[in-house]
Design a protein around this ligand. Structure first.
Ligand SMILES: [Zn+2]
Length: 480
């Protein structure tokens, strides 16, 4: 019951279909389960336009478009194409699209910087992300080709779109509301996952949701044990999160590939995780550390990402960097055997590898180095944390993030200007903050020199090893 209560409070969807009101929707999209694991995606375009752009068009982990690997257009004279940064649906003749049928083979792998299209559960359940079906009318292929990845700040029109999922005989779950046979809603915002399957909703102090019954026991144990401690720690150090107890969809994708894979993302009051790989069947200290770090990163987004979100996509480093540093500091606080120094060193190495001379951090995604947002972002927080500690020896690793959240809690968004303003205040050094701004907005002519200068100014010991930079652990200087 508790679940129903808090979820009802944040329901953002219209569950009941309202046929007479359908006229206000420019687009209707209906998903229907088809035989052999496929789905039929039926678009009905009420608005007249020869070209429709798929608003979310990030690539797969190799940077290739994922829809051509998953979607086959069955309607003659209509094609799915990639132009510039986006997938489009367009007619061969230039006529306006009317009804378009697509056969979809669920795409279940993670994407680069966007939500996995379909999560599969080992009992046959699945969860589909609605945001990937959002479309906008656009004048021409050429206009679509000119769009940036993030069309949020362009004049591309957001039209009303109505989404229906039909899966007769299965139980469905949307934002914690159960339904059977079908669900329907207006699509708005980022979108959400619709779960269809037979798993029971579980609840604990930290979250409610669907946890794959196939997950290895030790992983379930960590979810039950570590996650609530972590969430308590974050709440204690960072203050209240905006959205109460979140919902989790945690899918086990099987052990049929070697190694291990942990992927996750966070959206409105919901965390989704996909765990897979042969190595995950047995616990090991390294894997345990990674799982904890992973839980730490994803859970951190309920504060940096949801309580406060980035203002523009270019500001991704602010939220991903915070999630990285919080995961490291959180795991360090809760797990005695965790090697935080090694984790920080990995971030520094990754940052130097992904941000060359003259390459602005905020443009990392456009040059295919999305990971720079995580690693360089984490290093900027490491500098900010040290600046705080310089001013107050009692400051812990959470202090700067807490300041940032409190400063922006009301506004709900954080941009580079906000981060830099607080960094200038913490370090008492406006010129240094200007240096960081150049690194973010223009790129540094010599990134390694930039980091040496920045760390030197705030008191993070670092040694230049010729090949790269090494963070020097406290008390280790004597050995240099
Ligand atoms: Zn993240």
């Amino acid at each position: 019951m508790q679940l129903v209560r808090w979820l009802a409070a944040l329901a953002v969807l219209v569950l009941a279909p309202v046929p007479q009101a359908m006229a206000k929707y420019a687009v209707q999209v209906t998903l229907t389960r088809a035989p052999e694991g496929d789905w039929l995606v039926d678009y009905r375009f009420v608005r007249r336009s020869p070209v429709w752009v798929l608003m979310r068009s990030n690539g797969d982990l190799e940077g290739k478009p994922w829809r051509p690997q998953s979607w086959t257009v069955e309607t003659p004279g209509v094609r799915l194409d990639r132009v510039g940064n986006h997938d489009i649906l367009a007619s061969d003749s230039g006529a306006a699209l009317d009804r378009v049928r697509i056969r979809m083979r669920p795409y279940v792998r993670p994407l680069m910087g966007d939500y996995t299209p379909v999560l599969t559960f080992s009992d046959g359940g699945l969860a589909l992300f609605t945001g990937h079906f959002r479309v906008s009318p656009i004048a021409s292929r050429a206009a679509a080709a000119a769009l940036p990845i993030d069309i949020g700040n362009t004049d591309v029109e957001e039209v009303n779109e109505y989404f229906t999922l039909k899966d007769p005989g299965r139980s469905l779950l949307v934002s914690g509301r159960a339904a059977s046979n079908s669900v329907a809603m207006a699509l708005r915002g980022d979108g959400l996952y619709v779960y269809s399957g037979s798993s029971k909703v579980i609840e604990n102090e930290a979250f409610a949701g669907v946890v794959d019954p196939g997950l290895p026991d030790w992983v379930r144990g960590e979810l039950d044990g570590f996650t609530p401690r972590l969430m308590r720690l974050y709440a204690d150090r960072l203050g209240r999160m905006r959205l109460g107890r979140p919902m989790a969809l945690i899918a086990w994708q099987g052990a049929d590939h070697p190694g291990s894979s942990l992927a996750g993302s966070v959206l409105e009051a919901m965390v989704v995780m996909q765990i897979s790989g042969e190595e995950v069947l047995k616990t090991s200290p390294a894997l345990l550390a990674r799982l904890r770090w992973f839980l730490g990163h994803e859970s951190a987004h309920f504060w940096m990402g949801q309580t406060v979100s980035y203002a523009r996509r270019n500001d991704t480093w602010i939220t991903e960097g915070a999630a990285q540093i919080l995961a490291i500091r959180g795991t360090q606080a809760l797990a005695d055997d965790y090697d935080a120094d090694a984790a920080l060193q990995d971030e520094l190495d990754a940052c130097l590898a992904t941000t060359g001379a003259g390459e602005p951090l905020e443009k990392a995604e456009e040059r295919g180095e999305f990971r720079a947002h995580y690693s360089c972002g984490a290093m900027l927080y490491l500098a900010a944390e040290a600046a705080e500690r310089r001013a107050d020896a009692a400051a812990d690793g959470f202090r700067f993030v807490r300041r940032l959240i409190d400063d922006r809690r009301e506004a709900g968004t954080v941009a580079a200007d906000d981060w830099l303003r607080l960094f200038a205040a913490a370090s008492g050094d406006a010129a240094l903050a200007g240096d960081v701004r150049r690194f973010v907005e223009q790129g540094s002519p010599d990134p390694r020199a930039f980091w040496k200068r920045l760390f030197g100014a705030v008191g993070v010991a670092v040694a230049d090893k010729g090949e790269g930079l090494r963070l020097v652990k406290p008390g280790e200087e004597a050995k240099e």
